[in-house]
Design a protein around this ligand. Structure first.
Ligand SMILES: NC(=O)C1=CN([C@@H]2O[C@H](COP(=O)(O)OP(=O)(O)OC[C@H]3O[C@@H](n4cnc5c(N)ncnc54)[C@H](O)[C@@H]3O)[C@@H](O)[C@H]2O)[C@@H](O)CC1
Ligand SMILES: Nc1ncnc2c1ncn2[C@@H]1O[C@H](COP(=O)(O)OP(=O)(O)O)[C@@H](O)[C@H]1O
Ligand SMILES: [Mg+2]
Length: 280
């Protein structure tokens, strides 16, 4: 077991060259936000936006458009019923699917489209209800992504892996990751008060920081967006994921110094300052 340290941040976060533009910092599509869970996809999108992705699109229920644009006019909107979603997916570097997705028929159709159209050049991050789908229907497990990152909390991992929470040991978790993704490049971010990160070839990593002020709805949605932001800009690899997990908790710890509870949106708001500090 290795511990993630602060040193991961300057290793991953790069100073921006003057001669660059939005096209150099990645394209991301975030999919989620049913009628009742619009906040989840907005919080995920803010995690991506504030970690610096060049171009961000959100595919969500139309009812979420005004709220999304009132908070974040930088983000492009796509109605998740729009058939053009199929054409949009191949243009992306990274796709995050799941925050507030729900388990309705549109969500199911989107999962099917995603599984069929994802390519080896892309990173796919699956969170929340996207994990419910792949647990129930193995045909929805993506086969062709360059990297798949799954971000369950312990209960979601229990549903997906069939390993009950007390039995979620490192060896059981890696075995389950290999069983679910036998041929794919896959990373498991198993969220808890000390999140563990597993890949198929490296030893497990534990995140030593974070605090209970972070036990607020939307905190994991925000993390999924930050992982999306980091992989879109800094590459679809384990270090980008580790840095995203660490900076999410680092922001949470800084906020908790003077606050009883940490709001997910405040974590996102702190990211540009933290990234500026660690950019190398
Ligand atoms: N503002 C919003 O729109 C929000 C929407 N959300 C969406 O709500 C849907 C359901 O998500 P839930 O996570 O509540 O789903 P679940 O109901 O599957 O899991 C939550 C339950 O799991 C249990 N649990 C055990 N260990 C846990 C751990 N380490 N971390 C968290 N929970 C643990 C807890 O009892 C908790 O109530 C998702 O689509 C999610 O994205 C949530 O993200 C909250 C905020
Ligand atoms: N007690 C805690 N200490 C540290 N981190 C925590 C604690 N409780 C929750 N978190 C973090 O908050 C996030 C919660 O994710 P998740 O349960 O998916 O939230 P949501 O679905 O509401 O967005 C995870 O990143 C987890 O590590
Ligand atoms: Mg969650």
């Amino acid at each position: 077991m290795s511990t993630i340290t602060e040193s991961i941040l300057p290793k991953v976060i790069k100073k921006r060259p003057s001669d660059s533009h939005k096209g150099n910092y990645g394209r991301i599509l975030l999919i989620g936000g049913s009628e009742n869970y619009g906040g989840a996809i907005i919080m995920a999108a803010e995690g991506a936006l504030n970690s610096g992705v060049g171009l961000i699109s959100v595919a969500t229920h139309a009812v979420n458009l005004d709220a999304l644009h009132a908070r974040d006019p930088e983000i492009m909107f796509v109605d998740w019923h729009d058939r053009n979603l199929v054409k949009l997916i191949p243009q992306m570097d990274v796709i995050v699917c799941g925050p507030g997705l729900g388990v309705g028929s549109v969500a199911h159709t989107i999962m099917t489209i995603l599984t069929q159209s994802i390519s080896a050049k892309q990173t796919l991050i699956l969170d929340a209800n996207a994990l419910t789908f792949i647990g129930q229907e193995p045909e929805l497990i993506p086969q062709t992504a360059g990297l798949v990152v799954i971000t369950p909390h312990q209960m979601e991992w229990q549903r997906l892996s069939q390993i009950r929470i007390p039995y979620q040991t490192d060896s059981a978790n890696v075995d389950a990751l290999k069983r679910i993704f036998p041929t794919q490049n896959a990373i498991l971010v198993l969220k808890s008060n000390h999140t563990h990160v597993y890949s198929k070839s490296e030893p497990a990593f534990v995140n030593p920081i974070g605090n209970p002020g972070m036990a607020t709805g939307g905190m994991g949605d925000t993390l999924a967006g930050i992982i999306g932001g980091f992989t879109a800009q800094f590459g679809g690899n384990l270090n980008s994921v580790l840095a995203a997990v660490y900076i999410h908790s680092l922001a949470g710890d800084q906020l908790a110094k003077n606050n009883y509870v940490v709001r997910p949106t405040e974590i996102s708001a702190l990211l540009p300052k933290l990234m500026r500090h660690y950019a190398n």
